[in-house]
Design a protein around this ligand. Structure first.
Ligand SMILES: Nc1ncnc2c1ncn2[C@@H]1O[C@H](COP(=O)(O)OP(=O)(O)OP(=O)(O)O)[C@@H](O)[C@H]1O
Ligand SMILES: [Mg+2]
Length: 264
């Protein structure tokens, strides 16, 4: 088990953002986390990354508790979980070239900086972008650099917080295919936060549905999307044409075909 979260609670003053969440992710798994805005997805992710301390509950990464570790141990454990944010332009230092941006985490992980080109190749970028700055890259290229940076330290779990919502639809599909490709060639697990149930259907092994700080439903993707148990999950699915289970779905409409076609 790469990630094991138990009874995690995070409050901000009197507001409970995460209200007792259990979540586990195994090696190589793509685990999607969906839920309306403000339901606590990012807060949960920040606790998993050790960026903020939980109010109560535990986070274990590869069997080791995140709390109570000495500084050096914590740093090593933190390398195991990396995050990719929604807006790659905001996440990358605008004054650094792609070469510098990727060399930085390699150095931190004690790996030879000569690997920069190999890291770029892994995310499908040509060596010609090495000397460019973030503003000279497209959104998709920028997100690939952010992913390369996250992968450079050799994580076991990559947390992606709405990694494609700031990108054009065609670029979104390319980034998702990159993630699938990365998974095929490694044991890397993903916690993918997204609002897009089409994306969940396309790439997730399991999905958890969050509402008001709680996970109201968790299960294999097909099971949750085809026979949702919780009313909130049903509402989410109803909002997206073409995603309902076959027996509830009206005959295919042009809108449904488009929603699915966007992911091909
Ligand atoms: N640092 C903070 N201080 C106070 N309240 C916070 C803080 N971070 C988050 N919250 C609150 O906690 C709740 C959950 O926020 P969070 O960002 O985790 O939601 P989310 O599911 O990621 O939403 P979105 O889909 O919009 O990104 C919200 O009510 C938010 O206002
Ligand atoms: Mg969020």
């Amino acid at each position: 088990m790469i990630l094991d979260v138990q009874q995690l609670v995070k409050t901000f003053g009197s507001h409970t953002a995460v209200a007792g969440v259990d979540l586990n992710i195994t090696a190589g798994e793509v685990h999607a986390l969906v839920g309306e805005s403000g339901s606590g997805k990012t807060t949960l992710a920040r606790c998993v990354l050790g960026l903020i301390p939980p109010t109560s509950g535990t986070v274990h990464i590869a069997g080791r508790p995140l709390a109570g570790l000495r500084r050096k141990e914590l740093r090593r454990l933190r390398h195991q979980v990396q995050i990719v944010f929604q807006n790659p332009y905001a996440a990358l230092n605008p004054r650094m070239t792609v070469r510098q941006l990727i060399a930085e985490p390699l150095r931190e992980a004690g790996r030879p900086v000569t690997d920069v080109t190999a890291e770029l190749e892994r995310v499908g970028l040509p060596a010609t972008v090495l000397t460019r700055y973030p503003h000279q890259l497209s959104g998709g290229q920028c997100q690939r650099v952010a992913i390369a940076r996250a992968l450079a330290v050799g994580p076991s779990l990559l947390v992606l917080d709405e990694p494609t919502s700031a990108l054009d639809v065609s670029v979104q599909a390319q980034i998702l295919n990159l993630l699938l490709d990365l998974r095929e060639h490694s044991d890397l697990a993903f916690l993918l936060i997204t609002h897009d149930l089409g994306v969940v259907r396309h790439i997730a092994d399991r999905v958890s549905v969050m509402l008001h700080g709680e996970l109201v439903e968790t299960g294999p993707t097909a099971q949750v999307l085809d026979s949702p148990q919780h009313p909130y999950t049903r509402r989410l699915l109803d909002a997206v044409p073409g995603l309902r289970p076959p027996d509830d779905t009206p005959p295919s409409t042009p809108a449904a075909a488009t929603a699915q076609g966007a992911l091909q």
